[in-house]
Each structure stands twice: as structure tokens, then as C-alpha cells.
Design a protein around this ligand. Structure first.
Ligand code: ADP
Ligand code: MG
Length: 240
């Protein structure tokens, strides 16, 4: 589903991603963790071309990401993204947030888009909030709307960038529960998160990044009980 080969990116002189390699199979769940500033966000943002890379190759569902706008548009339709700060449109209702991309990007008829949106709002357990505005919702509810909104485009891949980091502790579980359910539905997922409980139950592989490199990749069982690299051990000691 995703092939990343020798991915390199610079911000000016700063080499932020250093020769990353990753293959993700359909339905695989990958958790990416690592210290702040290690390049996790930049990496997943490259996968839907919110950031451009300078060297190496990214192929998503058979389409190579390059400067070809058609390819970028094709991949963005297949890849949903959920951000730390929800990024909902504040002036649109929950339902309208969910309709925007299907109607304007996918050209879905409005009635059909509403049906799909209500289906996903039910799946994230907030159909009753459909006519409220984001500002009237709790953080946990807003993040569930953001997940529903991404799912309305019926993506093949979902990217999550620290989706629970901005939430009060009591709201983390309601968002993780939705993500766990999504994982069990067979969605291909890349999640940047420090929720190690989530990683243990859901991830097929855990990737540890530091200093713009993938330092270690392992199944969660091995990753947590028997990390191979000193940098991974040090990181785990700090967060566990
Ligand atoms: P993480 O998500 O792991 O915390 P990021 O991918 O956000 O890390 O950032 C990796 C590094 O790149 C950091 O040193 C950060 O300051 C730098 N960086 C991120 N975005 C930009 C940008 N737009 N311009 C310049 N430097 C950036
Ligand atoms: Mg980040």
C-alpha cells in the first residue's frame, strides 16, 4: 500500500529526514514514536505530500508522489489525515465539515454525502452532534468528528499525527476506542502516538524515530520487552 524508499528531506540546510525506508501492507497498522523534533510529523506529512521531499521515492497504492499534481490529487483522495489540533472548520457545522470534501473533491451528490457522513458520525458515536459547531463540542468529540470527516472520503489509508496529545486525559479513551475499532475494520493506519497501550494492542509494527532516522522497527511485543537500540531503550525508560 505504501512504499517509502530512501526518503530524504531538508528544511533549508537542515536534513530532517535521513534515508527512511518503509513498506506498509494493506491493512497493516504502524505506530511511529520518538522524541519531539525527531521528524515524525514531517515523515507522515510527506506521505500525502503536505511536505515535499527532495530525494527518494514514495509510492502510495501504486502511484508515485512527485511534483505531478494529478498524482498528488489522486493520493490525497486515498489518504485521510487526522491532526493533533483537529483542524475542523469552525464556521461550519459538524455535518458540513463532513460534507465539504466529498461534495467538492469527490463530486458526490449531496444526499449521498449526507448519508455517508451520518454513517461515520454514528460510527464515532456522535450522530446527535451533527448540527452543532466545532466550538460547541469537547476536544474528544471534535477529534472524533475529525476522524469521521476523514473517513467520509472513504480513504484506503489513515494517517494520525498525535491525535490524543491535545486532549484532556478523560477524553483520550473515547478517541482511542474509535481508532481501535477502525483498526479492527482492516484500515491501513500510520499513527504517530505515544499511547503505548494503543501501540501494544493495535500495532503490527512499532517504529522508533530519532534525529530524522528510523532507529528501530519491531513487533510491539519485541519493541517493548526487548528493544535493541540504546536510543530506543532510553526513550522507553522516559515514557513508560
Ligand atoms: P516531530 O513530529 O517528531 O516532533 P517534526 O517533524 O515536527 O518532529 O520536526 C522535525 C524537525 O524539523 C524539528 O527540528 C523541527 O523544528 C523542524 N521543522 C519542522 N517543520 C519545519 C519547517 N516548516 N521549517 C523548518 N524546520 C521545520
Ligand atoms: Mg509532531
Amino acid at each position: 500500500m505504501i512504499r517509502v524508499d530512501d526518503l530524504n528531506k531538508w528544511f533549508g540546510e537542515f536534513h530532517v529526514l535521513k534515508s527512511l525506508n518503509l513498506d506498509v501492507r494493506k491493512g497493516e497498522r504502524i505506530v511511529i514514536c520518538g522524541p519531539s523534533g525527531s521528524g515524525k510529523s514531517t515523515f507522515i506529512r510527506c506521505i500525502n505530500h503536505l511536505e515535499a521531499h527532495q530525494r527518494g521515492q514514495i509510492i502510495v497504492d501504486g502511484v508515485e508522489l512527485n511534483e505531478d499534481v494529478k498524482n498528488i490529487e489522486a493520493i490525497r483522495r486515498e489518504v485521510g489525515m487526522v491532526f493533533q489540533h483537529f483542524n475542523l472548520f469552525p464556521h461550519l457545522s459538524v455535518l458540513e465539515n463532513c460534507l465539504l470534501a466529498p461534495i467538492w473533491v469527490r463530486k458526490t451528490p449531496r444526499n449521498e454525502a449526507i448519508e455517508t457522513a451520518m454513517h461515520y458520525l454514528e460510527r464515532v458515536r456522535i450522530p446527535d452532534q451533527a448540527h452543532k459547531y466545532p466550538g460547541q463540542l469537547s476536544g474528544g468529540q471534535q477529534q472524533r468528528v475529525a476522524i469521521a470527516r476523514a473517513l467520509c472520503m472513504q480513504p484506503k489509508i489513515m494517517l494520525f499525527d498525535e491525535p490524543t496529545s491535545a486532549l484532556d486525559p478523560e477524553m483520550i479513551k473515547e478517541v482511542l476506542d474509535v481508532m481501535v475499532e477502525l483498526a479492527s475494520s482492516g484500515m491501513t493506519m500510520l499513527c504517530v502516538t505515544h499511547e503505548m497501550g494503543f501501540a501494544k494492542t493495535v500495532a503490527d509494527r512499532v517504529i522508533f524515530m530519532d534525529g530524522g532516522e528510523i532507529v528501530e522497527t519491531a513487533a510491539p511485543g519485541d519493541f517493548f520487552t526487548n528493544p535493541q537500540q540504546p536510543r530506543t531503550r532510553e526513550f522507553l525508560e522516559q515514557i513508560l
